[in-house]
Design a binder for this molecule. Structure first.
Ligand code: NAD
Length: 332
């Protein structure tokens, strides 16, 4: 079957593509394990520099996901699964309401409408975010906490979740929305997410570069490592629809760390000379967004489905060090 990843040239899209190619098969909406014969990446940028791009199962559609013609090149009759990752991230969606609506809402709706034309409903995995919650929140959020986004990105993800749940209820798709924790440590360059610093304060000092932290040391975050997120995305894909009862939205398990905890982990794992490269300078916009996000979830539903959290932030820093050592000399 054909599997489509929108945002396939992005950070998580590329990791997901590599993992799907390695697995070679996924379960379709009827519960049948099917060979992945085609993997189509859709993105406004071309994926580059990955050895698996030479795999004959891989093709790319380069274009805007808000353009139905672009999506129509990717979603064909034999499409069994779509992972919808393309998005404008939090900082950009907050700064530019129109682009956020166009990419995060309009493109999601267009893609879902296109999937309605398939003769057999396909699986649809939507990468939502904990930013669908905000404001006055309990210390630990239950699975059925009401959605109260405090930023445009969270509001747009909440709209996506509702579309996925309603169209799944109507049998138009076999959808599931996974609310991912903040993913760190992200390699490469900073992105426009308000949470980007959560990777920058680890990644830059480890590369010998100074990093300025724009959030308060006491700010707490709900985080997960990249490999763990990919495992959880695939668990969310594989689970049978019969296990998803009154909602198609799942909060993915994570761990809670304060920004100070993160720098302390860096100190324990890499030493004072590395951790001392982090300095603090509050950015009120980022601090407001980050401190409006939830800090802990019970994530009972995700855990019952087999999703897991990382063991500690120290281990997440160590995993990143293993990753950068394994890619030394490779194209970034
Ligand atoms: N990384 C995180 O911490 C995190 C946390 C929660 C949710 N998410 C969600 O997971 C998904 C993937 O995140 P990521 O970290 O890989 O982001 P990313 O920014 O690395 O990747 C997103 C990709 O979408 C593409 N894209 C954006 N607008 C597009 C358009 N109009 N047309 C075509 N392609 C377009 C970008 O080119 C990029 O390659 C996103 O939906 C994001 O909201 C990420």
């Amino acid at each position: 079957m054909r599997v489509v990843i929108t945002g396939g040239a992005g950070f998580l899209g590329k990791l997901l593509a590599a993992k799907i190619l390695e697995r070679g098969a996924l379960t379709d909406a009827s519960g049948q394990l099917r060979e992945v014969s085609e993997l189509v990446l859709v993105d406004m940028n071309a994926a580059q520099g990955e050895p698996w791009l030479a795999d004959k199962r891989v093709s790319q559609v380069i274009g805007d996901v808000a353009d139905r013609n672009v999506l129509a090149q990717a979603v064909s009759a034999n499409t069994g699964s779509v992972f919808h990752l393309a998005a404008v991230v939090s900082g950009q969606a907050e700064a530019d309401f129109d682009i956020g609506m166009r990419v995060n809402v309009d493109a999601t709706r267009t893609l879902l409408e296109l999937m309605r034309t398939l003769s057999l409903p396909a699986k649809f995995v939507f990468t939502s975010s904990i930013a669908v919650f905000g404001g006055a929140l309990p210390a630990v959020l239950a699975d059925d906490q009401i959605l109260t986004p405090q930023g445009s990105y969270g509001a747009q993800k909440a709209i996506g979740e509702m579309l996925v749940s309603d169209m799944a209820r109507k049998g138009m798709i076999d959808g599931r929305s996974l609310r991912l924790p903040t993913v760190t440590v992200r390699p490469g360059k900073p992105n426009k997410a308000a949470s980007s610093f959560a990777s920058g304060i680890i990644r830059e000092p480890l590369a010998g570069v100074d990093a300025v932290c724009p959030a308060a040391p006491d700010a707490k975050m709900w985080v997960q490592s990249p490999p763990r997120v990919i495992d959880n995305l695939l668990i969310g894909h594989e689970v049978a629809a019969s296990h998803l009862t009154h909602t198609r939205s799942i909060s993915v398990p994570g761990i809670t760390v304060s920004v100070r905890d993160m720098v302390d982990s860096l100190r324990r794992v890499a030493g004072d000379h590395v951790a001392d490269r982090v300095t603090w300078q509050l950015d009120p916009t980022i601090d407001r967004l980050v401190s409006s996000w939830p800090q802990a979830f019970s994530a009972e539903r995700g855990k019952a489905l087999g999703m897991t959290a990382d063991t500690s932030f120290d281990d997440m820093v160590r995993a990143y060090l293993v990753y950068i050592n394994s890619t030394k000399g490779a194209t970034a």
